[in-house]
Design a protein around this ligand. Sequence first.
Ligand code: 9UX
Length: 68
Amino acid sequence: MKETTIPVIGMTCNHCKASVESALNELDGVTNATVSLADNNVTVTHEDVTTERLVDAIEEIGYDVPSA
Ligand code: 9UX
C-alpha cells in the first residue's frame, strides 16, 4: 500500500470534495481517497497506481493540479 498526497486547485465545497473522492475511488487499485478542503489536497491510499493516473482522473472532472 502506498499513500500519495496531491495538491488540487479549485475545490471549494463539499460537493467538490465528494466529486474528487469519487473519481479517484473509482480507479482500479485505489483503496481510499480523502480530500482536505482546508489543505487543498487529496490523500490517496492505493496499490500500484501511478501519480499520473491519479492526476489525470482529477483533471478529467475539471480540477487543476499545479505542475511540480
Ligand atoms: Mo460546490 Mo465545487 O457549489 O465546483 S461543487 S463549489
